[in-house]
Design a protein around this ligand. Structure first.
Ligand code: ADP
Ligand code: MG
Length: 405
């Protein structure tokens, strides 16, 4: 092909630098469209050929006008959402412009928690009991049949934002009164006590070609609501939980039809019944530094490999995974009392990364010895709670981010 592969990225939030860098490294023409409020963010400008700022990416039909205007004089090969919130937008634009990749309906399965539940159940994948928040007889029936506690979850948020744990019907009706016309954008489901896992994968030709399964220390919901140190550790491949989740993940991603890309998917193992429940999936790289944890274990950077997958598709080439190395990694992060917490005391040779973010303490441990990973993670978690840990009330919506950052 004589012309350059052109990749247009949408980013409602500041992320995906490694994706942009990889596109540039592979000699693509890179276009970034971001909201005005991110003009001063530290974008890797040397990797971006053209950058456009708009007041609001999610304003229709303005965004369609803008992207199709760009397309008049550019052959855009792929539209990529760098943030989870941009997944349906990219789907909508691709559908409108008849481009490859997830369209409207397919991207909704990766964004809308009610659609995820419904699609999973229809395909025989175990999920917590749930109901849409549309019809009050259905809600009454749900509450009569499913013992509390329940979770009232926004269908389209991330990072456990806006999730409420409810203990009786009165709490639900009061909450719905507060929500008014917003209520149908929530899903009500059974709270299943259990251990939460995440599996981070790369998909090509609708097959998972790479995945790493990890187990959260404390479930993310408890960390965001009650505070604590966020920890996660990779599981060995022979671990039965790892094997079960790897299989389930393949089924979820094939059923949901990701086709090509990267996904962060969560499962929960019920304490009461030992069964695996599907929690959520996505068509994006996991947040909270999980991408780095995977990279320090395997050498695979999910952002960069997602870019390589997209470029291979655009160029009609065959994608090849890089050579992997095999370490176990663990990640710890907590909010810190100190503006710049001093992590120099965490100096075991297995510490391969330290977070550099105001009021956050975080690090990655990498080792070939699984017992060593477990013991370091345990002692560091205790030391983190003693040395750094702070707590802030959980956010309701991602739009509140700007106010604290
Ligand atoms: N039905 C459930 N029962 C128990 N815990 C749940 C359930 N659904 C979600 N959680 C907890 O809430 C967290 C956030 O929910 P999730 O659906 O993953 O939304 P988010 O996109 O905000 O991460 C999960 O990681 C898990 O800890
Ligand atoms: Mg989650």
């Amino acid at each position: 092909m004589s012309r350059k592969t052109t990749i247009l990225c949408l980013a409602s939030y500041y992320k995906g630098g490694r994706f942009l860098e990889q596109c540039k490294k592979r000699d693509c023409h890179v276009i970034l469209v971001a909201p005005e409020k991110l003009r001063e963010s530290k974008w890797p400008h040397d990797c971006i050929d053209e950058i456009f700022f708009m007041p609001d990416l999610h304003q229709h039909p303005n965004i369609t006008y803008a992207i199709t205007y760009l397309a008049r004089s550019r052959h855009i090969d792929q539209i990529i959402p760098l943030d989870d919130y941009d997944v349906p937008l990219a789907g909508n634009l691709r559908e409108h412009m008849r481009m490859t990749g997830l369209g409207d309906t397919a991207s909704r399965v990766f964004r809308d928690k009610l659609t995820m539940r419904d699609t999973a159940r229809r395909h025989g994948i175990l999920v917590p009991e749930f109901t849409r928040v549309i019809n009050y007889d259905e809600l009454r029936m749900f509450m009569a049949n499913v013992p509390p506690p329940w979770l009232l979850k926004p269908r389209g948020e991330a990072g456990a934002m806006g999730i409420k744990k409810l203990h009786d019907s009165e709490q639900l009706w009061r909450k719905l009164d507060e929500l008014g016309d917003e209520q149908s954008y929530f899903v009500l489901e059974q709270f299943v006590e259990g251990t939460v896992f995440h599996i981070d994968s790369l998909v090509s030709d609708n097959h998972v070609i790479f995945s790493k399964t990890s187990k959260y220390g404390t479930p993310p919901l408890s960390v965001s609501h009650d505070g604590g140190v966020f920890t996660t550790k990779m599981l060995p491949e022979h671990d039965p939980d790892c094997q079960a989740i790897t299989e389930l993940n393949q089924k979820v991603l094939q059923t949901f039809g990701l086709g090509l890309g990267s996904s962060h998917t969560e499962f929960l193992k019920g304490h009461a019944d030992g069964k695996f429940y599907f929690v959520e999936t996505s068509a994006r790289v996991g947040g909270a530094s999980i991408d780095l944890m995977i990279e320090h274990a395997s050498g695979v950077n999910l952002w960069a490999e997602w870019a390589n997958l997209e470029i291979a598709r655009a160029r009609g080439e065959t994608y090849q995974l890089p050579t992997l190395y095999d370490k176990y990694t663990g990640l710890l992060v907590c909010l810190a009392k100190q503006e710049y917490p001093d992590l120099s005391g965490y100096n075991d040779p297995e510490v391969t990364w330290r977070m550099n973010k105001k009021h956050h303490a975080g690090l990655i441990i990498a080792t070939k010895d699984y017992n060593r990973l477990e013991s370091l993670l345990e002692s560091y978690t205790q030391r983190f709670s003693h040395d750094f840990m702070a707590w802030l009330p959980p956010l309701e919506k991602a739009t509140e981010y700007e106010e604290i950052n």
